[in-house]
Write a protein that binds this ligand. Structure first.
Ligand SMILES: [Fe+2]
Length: 296
């Protein structure tokens, strides 16, 4: 089995890196630096980066980076891929250098989402200093946050996430826009850390390649300050402030320059999986999170 420790980074593409630089520094409150290959690093903690932005034709999400504990875990992961008959590709020397890891294996799930498995991130351990005075983002052993990916062919993609990548279901939501109509499934998945979910799969296509990425701050004040910066910089709101039922995150959603949404939140559940039982919830949020805000 593959023992994923957390979401170590994601890769996004944009036409002009300057758009992401301004968004990261002025709105998210994260410093940036040049990355190898003419790309951009966005820093969230003591690591050099948690977001890697590359220049390309279309704005979109490119990949999710999943961290393994070490070389043995990485070798075990490759053996598991072989045993499952899953094709994988070794990362190029340029990709390994750019991501700052010891080794990289790339797999594509049945929905076309690219997953990068790696171990041994490289770090200068320089402190996080926010250009907007954000004290810290909640990362560490729990990874950078979570990512929600499109999975129109839901059963096959869910099977890949659980049986190949080794995620386990935290809980499930069957979204019914029409109470008597068919359900659209969203399953929330955890790996070997306490964060309620590091990955979720949504049963619909998303042109940008990602439903949203979530980053977490350590106070409600910082969510409010980020909300102010979003408004000050004219960043489109995708969903109003609200609190999720399943992971209890209080958050709002806004657009990124790569076309997918970013959830900026506080207070997400941390769980002891030995004590947890999966359940089905019937409302996305306890209050707020009006997604019609993003369709106006
Ligand atoms: Fe989320």
């Amino acid at each position: 089995m593959i023992d994923i420790r957390g979401l170590s980074y994601f890769v996004a593409q944009v036409g002009n890196l300057g758009d992401w630089q301004c968004y990261a520094e002025d709105v998210l409150g994260m410093p940036t630096s040049p990355a190898p290959g003419g790309a951009l690093y966005v820093k969230m903690d003591e690591r050099p980066f948690r977001m890697l932005v590359v220049e390309g034709d279309s704005p979109r999400y490119l990949a999710s980076g999943w961290e393994l504990a070490g070389e043995k875990a990485f070798r075990n992961a490759l053996a598991h891929l072989e045993a499952k008959g899953v094709e994988w590709q070794a990362g190029s020397a340029e990709e390994i250098e750019q991501r700052g890891v010891q080794a990289l294996a790339i797999v594509v799930d049945p929905a076309g989402n690219r997953h990068e498995l790696s171990w041994g991130h490289r770090s200068d351990c320089l402190p996080f200093v926010s250009p907007q005075g954000v004290p810290r983002f909640v990362t560490g052993d729990m990874g950078l946050g979570h990512t929600v990916l499109p999975a129109p062919n839901f059963d096959a993609t869910l099977a890949f996430a659980t049986e190949v990548l080794g995620f386990e279901v935290s809980d499930i939501f069957n979204f019914r826009p029409d109470p008597n109509g068919p359900a659209t499934r969203i399953h929330f998945l955890h790996c070997a850390n306490a964060r309620h979910h590091s990955l979720a799969l949504a049963e619909y296509p998303v042109p940008s390649g990602c439903v949203h990425v979530m980053v977490e701050v350590d106070s409600m004040t910082e969510v409010g300050r980020a909300h102010d910066r979003m408004q000050a910089h004219g960043v489109p709101l995708s969903a109003t402030l609200g609190q999720h039922l399943n992971d209890r995150m209080t958050s709002f959603y806004m657009k990124t320059p790569s076309g997918f949404d970013l959830e900026y939140g506080y207070g997400g559940l941390q769980l002891d999986w030995a004590e947890h039982s999966a359940f089905e919830f019937t409302r996305v949020s306890i209050w707020g999170h009006d997604f019609s805000a993003g369709r106006q």
